[in-house]
Design a protein around this ligand. Structure first.
Ligand code: NIG
Ligand code: FE
Length: 421
């Protein structure tokens, strides 16, 4: 539904308000979620034009104008849409067989060493057309939009050959153009070593830096470059080398860091000026010190840690140290087959003992920062893009992470347009 003006009124609680110019939140700031009770929100030309308490009666005349969509949301809340800064939602096939293997005792690493895991996804991806990939990813975008996500970062990394990586990135480019969500693309050629290069990792790295990167830059297919810095994947030195080459090709670094062991991914990321380092289950005290003084966001991925039964990342310590903590879903077929940000917030509250305020801020403004859209999205601020959702009738905002598994998002507005799928 399109209209140049949307007036949302009688809002029980308008959540996530920030002053202009605020780009992220750290430490104690994360525990504050600014709200206005009994509020209105005015959207014009896709942007947040005004908001405030109903008592001002400022826009009462809009209720009778035929060209204005006026929505009475008594009992319901309005929040900025989630910004999911880490996903792999372009993929060819699910991997529930590995899920069952893990239930029966195998580890993620053991499955990967047998040719499962990322290489399993890569085999499937090689046999699927660009159009098929586009269709399945579009459905996942719809699914996450309906659960409140308005911006999403999507990685390649299930291609691993020049041809298949380009196929994935071209799909992401098409999604960027067609979708109502705001999308950022990340090149993750260094997600695993292609089977043909098993005995020649340096050859594979050369393929990434000398063949894939120039072509990707030429077609302008990636905003970011990512590396899976991990035992049996890429070392710290290799990560730095790949990220530096990415920078020369116009891609800003990101790192999959310290997920399964401590491998130096955080140090590599901070050293290269990464926009974010992600996962962090095995981050140590030195890493905490580094992130405390860094502009690099510390992104935790509760879905992956939960699904793989990994130790919890030191989320509480990261916030207390003053790092810029973001939450993302890691939506992918192997380690987090869910893109539901409400579920991610629930896990972070329950297992990491973060407060509802902290998980909302981590999933909205800090998520926006971790994917480079903090100037346009992530909070209720005049002039920002109107990406907001209206909840069902709920007693308080803490009710969202509390009701894990329920979808309490009733209406989603992206760029000032009410979306209905
Ligand atoms: O973020 N850790 C590496 N990559 C992805 C998922 C890999 C997979 O498909 O299993 C992750 O967990
Ligand atoms: Fe990931």
């Amino acid at each position: 539904m399109k209209s140049d003006t949307i007036y949302i009124y009688n809002i029980k609680s308008l959540v996530g308000i920030q002053p202009e110019g605020r780009i992220n939140l750290k430490g104690a700031e994360m525990a504050v979620l600014n709200t206005i009770e009994d509020a209105f929100l005015l959207i014009k030309d896709g942007l947040i034009a005004d908001f405030g308490p109903m008592t001002t009666n400022k826009y009462n005349d809009l209720l009778n104008q035929s060209d204005v969509i006026a929505i009475n949301v008594k009992g319901k809340m309005v929040m900025p849409c989630y910004c999911d800064s880490h996903t792999h939602l372009v993929y060819a096939a699910s991997r529930e067989g590995e899920f069952v293997d893990r239930i029966n005792g195998l580890t993620y690493e053991e499955i990967a060493l047998r040719g499962g895991g990322i290489l399993n996804s890569s085999k499937h991806l090689a046999n699927v057309s660009e159009d098929e990939l586009y269709e399945s990813a579009s459905l996942r975008l719809k699914e996450i939009a309906l659960s409140g996500t308005g911006a999403v970062e999507i990685k390649s990394g299930y291609g691993l050959s020049l041809e298949s990586e380009l196929k994935m990135l071209r799909v992401i480019k098409r999604l960027k153009q067609d979708s109502k969500l705001t999308i950022k693309a990340t090149f993750l050629g260094a997600h695993a070593v292609l089977t043909e290069y098993k005995q020649d990792k340096s050859g594979y790295i050369k393929l990434i830096t000398d063949n894939m990167m120039p072509k990707i830059a030429e077609e302008n297919l990636a905003d970011y470059c990512d590396v899976f810095c991990e035992n049996n994947y890429f070392t710290k030195a290799e990560t730095i080398h790949i990220l530096e080459c990415g920078k020369k090709n116009g891609m800003i670094p990101k790192v999959h860091a310290e997920q399964l062991s401590h491998t130096g991914g955080i140090e590599a990321g901070v050293e290269c000026g990464a926009i974010s380092v992600d996962h962090l289950e095995y981050a140590n005290e030195t890493d905490l010190e580094l992130l405390k003084y860094s502009k690099t966001a510390a992104t935790i991925l509760p879905g992956a840690a939960y699904f793989l039964g990994l130790p919890s990342p030191p989320a509480r310590k990261l916030i207390d140290a003053g790092a810029i903590v973001a939450i993302a879903s890691d939506y992918n077929p192997g380690s987090s087959p869910s893109g539901n940000m409400n579920t991610m917030m629930s896990i972070a509250c329950i297992q990491y003992r973060l407060n509802p305020e902290e998980v909302f801020n981590a999933s909205t403004l800090n998520g926006a920062y971790a994917m480079g859209v903090e100037k346009e999205l992530g909070c209720i601020t005049k002039g920002k893009k109107a990406n907001v959702f209206i909840t069902k009738e709920i007693p308080s905002y803490a009710y969202l992470p509390y009701s894990f598994g329920s979808n309490l998002v009733e209406t989603v507005i992206l760029n000032g347009e009410i979306i209905a799928y």
